[in-house]
Design a protein around this ligand. Sequence first.
Ligand SMILES: C[S@@+](CC[C@H](N)C(=O)[O-])C[C@H]1O[C@@H](n2cnc3c(N)ncnc32)[C@H](O)[C@@H]1O
Length: 216
Amino acid sequence: MKSCCEGLEKQFDAKWAARELRRFRRRGPTRSTRLLVEAIAREDPKGATLLDIGGGVGAVQHLLIESGVRHAIDVDISRPYVEAARDEAERRGTIGRMRFLVADFLDVAETLEAADIVTLDRVICCYPEVEPLVRASAAHADRWLGLVYPRSSAPFRAAAAAANLIMFLRRSRFRAHVHDTSSVDSLIRSLGFEVRSVVRTLAWQVFLYEAVDQQV
Ligand SMILES: C[S@@+](CC[C@H](N)C(=O)[O-])C[C@H]1O[C@@H](n2cnc3c(N)ncnc32)[C@H](O)[C@@H]1O
């Protein structure tokens, strides 16, 4: 197993997943996830399909299914997160409209069909190989590509460096990555997408792109 995946599996373990699921059930999605879901819902995704990469407890999937998305696939490296997303789908009675996969998306991308919507909600900041991950995600997005990732200015880089030092001292292999906004944005535009909306919170940026040849 790649060392980054080992780090991710240990970071997002059963305890973490149970806590996140409890939080989601009590308080709903985090602010940045809510902003992503609202941006997609404004595009009227009724009947669309969703591929949620690194879906965690499945907040994006559960909420977009509620908004009329027909089918969702969740691919996540963390088994406890996938189990939590499945539990929540069972509780909501939407399990029949969802499919769950425990895998690194880059390892299974070729076996997965494209979807109308592809989301990476706080995922590229956990993964070192941003370019292949974004390329493969964009290649699977027939219409919309949504991303939430940290702002890349100096304070956020410093915070990530401090968090990574703590991880190193704790012997964790998990690392936070602050990717340069203009590089990520140029890459996605070069793959045939245009920005549909962008919203920023104190720490996060929420981008929704649309494939240029799909715009009406
Ligand atoms: C910080 S969590 C975010 C979870 C959820 N999207 C949210 O915003 O609450 C990052 C998730 O991305 C997953 N992940 C990171 N890189 C991935 C990859 N290449 N393929 C699949 N899952 C990935 C991790 O296992 C983890 O569950």
